[in-house]
Design a protein around this ligand. Sequence first.
Ligand code: G3P
Ligand code: CA
Length: 285
Amino acid sequence: MFCGNLPMLAMLVVLAGSCAVPAKSPQDATLARMRSGHVQVVAHRGASRACPENTIAALQYAVQQGADVVEFDVYQTRDGHWVCMHDVTCDRTTNARDVFGRQKVRIDQLTLAEVQRLDAGKWFAPEFAGERVPTLQQALQAIAPAMPMIERKAGDAQHLVAELQRLDVVDDVIVQSFDWDWLVKVAAAEPRLLLAALGGDEPTPDRLRDIDRTGARIVHWNHSRVTRAMADAVHASGRLLCIYTVDAEVAFYGAVAIGCDLITTNRPEHYVAERAVGHFTPLRR
Ligand code: G3P
Ligand code: CA
């Protein structure tokens, strides 16, 4: 009986093989997870309301509090290392003036060894004294298992791609920039990277169409410019919509209502707690 059905069994196996759904790329899988799950809470510069921005304390606190994605900013030092900082000068968020005895100390004019002398926590509150400016590698380690969103402020496209390949994290990060020509170079160098196109101007149809050349699959826009029509246009293009930077509840819930997929906030701990009590789950497309 069993032997008699062998040809049929073989045919079923062949058919199953030919009908197999192609495996999703890691990039597709990440987008599908974000699209189908809850609205993603993105911690802006880490949990930067509670901790000094872009420090290990801010990144780790965001992850501990349950942020889905943790955003941070990067520059290249004079000797080519990637480090976390928002401003081009170190004055606002470190004690660079005391350490180097001058103002407007540019992060890209310091070596990594010089950057590591800076205190990046004391300016925020005494209990954070001793926080350092993290390297990209240290930031990525602090953010696991959440999804890192790396914003390149300045620095070479090929060099960042090579660093992400060296760290073996190409499938596990989002890379974003306001510089869309730079994104084009990144996409060409490493198509597996999930990219986000940052913008803050009027989201005209021409501007939104221009995203096509970047390879970005996430549009990350200034919340004050975002409309329901823009959200619909972004979704019609197959992309996800992320908005920055939303701290007030009235803005956050407006963003949820018009279908934003990811929302960047300085208060991830607050919105993760809101979500935990059901305040914006499962309001999804
Ligand atoms: O993630 C978007 C947002 O961080 C862009 O603005 O100035 O805070 O880097 P900025
Ligand atoms: Ca940023």
